[in-house]
Design a binder for this molecule. Structure first.
Ligand SMILES: *[C@@H]1O[C@H](CO)[C@@H](O)[C@H](O)[C@H]1NC(C)=O
Ligand SMILES: *[C@@H]1O[C@H](CO)[C@@H](O)[C@H](O)[C@H]1NC(C)=O
Ligand SMILES: *[C@@H]1O[C@H](CO)[C@@H](O)[C@H](O)[C@H]1NC(C)=O
Ligand SMILES: *[C@@H]1O[C@H](CO)[C@@H](O)[C@H](O)[C@H]1NC(C)=O
Ligand SMILES: *[C@@H]1O[C@H](CO)[C@@H](O)[C@H](O)[C@H]1NC(C)=O
Length: 400
């Protein structure tokens, strides 16, 4: 009975959403989260959002927030911890039948409204179109990059005191021109910021207020791309940023050691920072399943995303450790399931702020039962959805 009613709900949902949209959402949520792909999928988007609708001229008053706090307006971009959503487009929600491969419970727009200012995504070439796919587009496709960028632009249009960062993984080694044409067609290129050096690290980034006043509020890093001055705001990630290891499968496995770029691997994190690089902390854990496939570790997520500074594996402890080891706080942090914790609490602690203007999102895990009022584990609802999708002759449905 429950299964039947869930099936009916899904069918109704799919009919309502329209098949095209349903397929896109399915794709986005399914992630063949192989370790190899994950290594290629570090993309961070940093977005800054101020809670206000005040005109830019009002930024100079001390009560107006930049990225959710007046204290951040006069701070340099690289002297702020920007909390980020790893694989921000791959959802584990009703649109993906709660796929165990999803990395987030809520989409990018909700994330921005809740204070997330860095969005990471993985970009593939699907028959000449840039798509957000988890591993491969045949397995999962969260829609086009253009649609994703339009959603972010819409949010930035409405939130004029917010600075946002994007981190995109260039899985198919596309050119800056290919990315640039999509940034232009989405409209978001108008917000693109170009730093003083387009080839190397920058020790002193502008303050948020400077970025906001100039309305260059989008900082975009693309992993492994050849810089093209025609699209000056598309920055090569590892010319500016170093990262800690990812693919950690134990909560005791997090550290602050520089892992990438390999060109800096003989350097310590603190010497990279002295050279002007910004540090990105990867703080998400994977569970290794059969056949060596890794999926996001949701079992330990309350601990992983906790702001506690004295719990092994907690974000608060990891952030504090990196700040101590590096002599400065991390500029970027990437987490899975950002609403749990909430992860943003650790960024607020590191930034020393009490935030304003955020939308409150539950810190609970989103499950089929919390969403549908039906008990069932993600795998069984996934199987049901698979049946429903097959009945609708949608061939690309994969449940991991
Ligand atoms: C970073 O911001 C903190 C807090 O405002 C401030 O104390 C520190 O001097 C700043 N560091 C730099 C290098 O500007
Ligand atoms: C994001 O999620 C919210 C809440 O579920 C929903 O209202 C909104 O339409 C979604 N946005 C996009 C662009 O899918
Ligand atoms: C990609 O293009 C090829 C050749 O036109 C076509 O056979 C294939 O179905 C397309 N794939 C997708 C996913 O659109
Ligand atoms: C840091 O953590 C990664 C991932 O757990 C591990 O591979 C690496 O050996 C660690 N480095 C140090 C110096 O502990
Ligand atoms: C950990 O920190 C919390 C809050 O600061 C404190 O209440 C608790 O006693 C600490 N636990 C240990 C084991 O130090």
């Amino acid at each position: 009975m429950m299964l039947l009613s869930l099936l009916a709900t899904l069918v109704a949902f799919l009919s309502f959403a329209g098949l095209g949209q349903a397929v896109a959402q399915q794709g986005g949520g399914n992630g063949g989260d192989g370790v190899g792909q994950q290594s290629k999928s570090r993309i961070a988007t940093t977005a800054t959002r101020a809670s206000t609708t005040a005109p830019e001229a009002a930024v100079s008053t001390s009560t107006v927030a930049c990225n959710n706090s007046p204290l951040l307006c006069s701070r340099n971009y690289n002297n702020i911890t920007h909390m980020g959503a790893h694989d921000s487009a791959f959802l584990r929600d009703s649109s993906t039948s709660f796929t165990v491969s999803g990395n987030q419970f809520y989409n990018a727009t909700v994330a921005l409204s809740a204070g997330i200012r860095l969005l990471q995504a993985q970009v593939h070439n699907q028959n000449g179109t840039l798509e957000l796919c988890h591993t491969t587009c045949t397995l999962l496709d969260a829609g086009t990059l253009e649609t994703f960028l339009k959603e972010i632009k819409t949010w930035m249009d409405a939130n004029t005191n917010e600075v946002v960062t994007l981190l995109l993984v260039n899985s198919d080694d596309e050119s800056a021109a290919t990315f640039g044409s999509v940034f232009a067609s989405s409209g978001i290129s108008i917000y693109g910021y170009t730093p003083t050096s387009t080839t190397g690290p920058v020790s002193t980034w502008p303050t948020l207020r400077t970025l906001i006043t100039a309305n260059t509020r989008l900082v975009t890093f693309i992993a492994s791309i050849t810089y093209d001055s025609t699209y000056p705001y598309l920055l090569t990630e590892f010319d500016y940023v170093f990262e800690t290891a990812f693919g950690v499968s134990s909560l005791s496995g997090f550290n602050c050691t520089l892992s990438r770029p390999t060109s800096l691997s003989s350097s310590s994190s603190s010497s990279a920072i002295s050279s002007g690089y910004m540090g990105l902390v990867n703080h998400f854990a994977d569970t290794v399943e059969v056949f060596g496939i890794s999926i996001p570790d949701v079992t330990d997520i309350a601990t992983t995303n906790s702001a506690s500074t004295n719990t092994t594996g907690a974000l608060g402890a990891h952030g504090t450790e990196c700040k101590s080891e590096w002599g400065t706080k991390p500029t970027f942090i990437l987490v899975d399931f950002w609403n749990v914790g909430p992860a943003i609490k650790t960024a607020d602690q590191l930034n020393g702020i009490t935030a304003t203007g955020r939308t409150s999102v539950t810190t609970a895990e989103l499950t089929a039962s919390s969403s549908f009022g039906v008990k069932g584990d993600p795998r069984s609802s996934c199987a049901i959805a698979g049946t429903a999708m097959a009945a609708l002759a949608i061939v690309n449905f994969v449940c991991l």
